[in-house]
Design a binder for this molecule. Sequence first.
Ligand code: AMP
Ligand code: FE
Ligand code: FE
Ligand code: ZN
Length: 286
Amino acid sequence: MIDLHSHTTASDGSLTPTELIHLAKNVGLSAVAVTDHDTVGGLREASDEAARTGIEFVPGIEISVDFKPGQFHLLGFFIDRDHGEFNDRLQALQDNRVNRNIVMARKLASLGLPITLDDIVAEAGGDQVGRPHMAKALVKKGIVETTQEAFDRFLADGAAAHVPKMKLEPAAAIEMVHLAGGVAILAHPKFLRISDEGDLATVLAGFKDAGLDGIEAYYSQHNSPETDTYLRLARRFNFLISAGSDYHGVTKPHVHLGRIYQNEAGDPEILATLKRFRLQRTARAA
Ligand code: AMP
Ligand code: FE
Ligand code: FE
Ligand code: ZN
């Protein structure tokens, strides 16, 4: 069984890549993808450990894309983590994030809150720092009781200390994944926040034109009717399908690695189909 969506300390997960691979093995997965937000920083360690552990590893990424009303997160599978131009474009996103953290820390301080960038960085497990770490720092300082309160009062989109993150247009993000040899999959379609199936079909048709290869129909937070809807739309638009939990560890405690749909992991045939598709495309390009 497989799980094609997980995070490590390279972004906002709580397990190191090595620990994540061991957990994948222990819960009985045959294959796992690491898909950290906007970084390939965990892929080498995860890949090496997977080879030692005897589990199939899919090098992945999850890129934040500009979209309203909800979130468009683009998964890329089988990406070449060493691709130069791909890494340059990731670096631009990361540079923007670093600057944004500085500006948001300044905004929090100017609201009179006793918190510094150092306090925030200290909450991050790996290289990538973001709003969840600001929320944790605000809790630790006793400024708020919960991370949700931190978001609601200061950090949520449009809240007092919020600064928007640089995001790519859908076509640019999809192109970037293809550039690195990857397969481009819309993560958790539910979070696009388009509940009307007709409206969703219109949006997906646009993504298809932009080069999207597939959608994550099986997702830990999709209920059964939602899953059916996404499978139906995938058939209609000839999208590949994917299956992922979005495991983050203690930062999303309700999500468990390998529990995607009806408490089960994904069917290995899903990964086999993704691999066939990728091989065919590579062969066509050659
Ligand atoms: P960042 O990439 O720094 O913008 O942080 C994004 C993360 O912050 C998301 O993955 C969520 O975990 C969290 N987040 C964003 N908005 C909210 C919100 N309104 N309430 C709670 N958590 C949020
Ligand atoms: Fe995350
Ligand atoms: Fe996501
Ligand atoms: Zn994710």
